[in-house]
Structure formats: structure tokens, C-alpha cells
Write a new protein. Structure first.
Length: 59
């Protein structure tokens, strides 16, 4: 299974027009959420749940 670029495939959802309004239908999508604390931009090491889950692709 190859990489999917949702910003390209669903461009109307990610690049809204600034000149007009539009009603869009957002398809059902899967998301991954990991609870934690601290700033992810300043932490040196990923939290243990993220290290474990990032080894395998989520689908």
C-alpha cells in the first residue's frame, strides 16, 4: 500500500476559497490519537506509546 496525500486527493477540503463559501461533504476517516503531556516540539524523545505505534502503519 502506497502513501496517500489527502491534501491532494481532497483538495476542496484542505484549500478553501477565500472568495466564496461552499458546503462540503467530508468523508469518514480514521484517526490515531495518543494521550500525553508536554510540548512535542521541544521534547527530545517520543513518548513510549508513540514509539511503539509508529513502527507499524496504521490503517
Amino acid at each position: 500500500m502506497g502513501k496517500v496525500d489527502l491534501k491532494k486527493e481532497l483538495k476542496s477540503l484542505y484549500a478553501a476559497s477565500q472568495k466564496s463559501h461552499a458546503l462540503v461533504n467530508v468523508p469518514a476517516m480514521n484517526f490515531l490519537m495518543i494521550d500525553g503531556q508536554g510540548d512535542p516540539n521541544t521534547r527530545q524523545r517520543l513518548p513510549k506509546p508513540l514509539r511503539r505505534s509508529s513502527r507499524w502503519p496504521m490503517g
